[in-house]
Design a protein. Structure first.
Length: 116
């Protein structure tokens, strides 16, 4: 099975929680209230992974723990590609700041940005 099929078949529990984290992260970046610290931060049930070399942008990835190993595989195998749905939330050091939520479908992530 190719890597994109693996992503399409991944099952994430509690998607609403991750969509909320995604939209809150976008909001904080837009308001310039987010500290970009390159690297990985482990939370209770997810990781925040911040890269600064992918596609000449900063990437803030919300990665559920159940999808972490697939994320790492894709991060290594396709270093110059998007790893799912991504939005530009700001700019720093002449680079876009992009936010993604790994393993959650694009349409529901997009909709989460419009919820109050």
């Amino acid at each position: 099975m190719n890597i994109w099929n693996k992503l399409a078949n991944i099952h994430i529990e509690n998607k609403e929680k991750y969509k909320k984290i995604f939209s809150q992260t976008v909001k904080k970046i837009r308001e310039r209230k987010y500290d970009l610290q390159i690297g990985e931060t482990e939370k209770d049930d997810h990781y925040i992974i911040i890269e600064d070399k992918r596609m000449n942008s900063y990437f803030v990835h919300v990665v559920p723990k159940g999808a972490y190993s697939l994320f790492k595989e894709m991060q290594e195998k396709i270093p110059q590609s998007f790893l799912g749905f991504t939005v530009v939330a700001g700019k720093q050091n002449n680079k876009d700041i992009r936010v993604s939520c790994f393993g959650i479908d694009c349409s529901s992530l997009g909709k989460s940005l419009f919820k109050g």
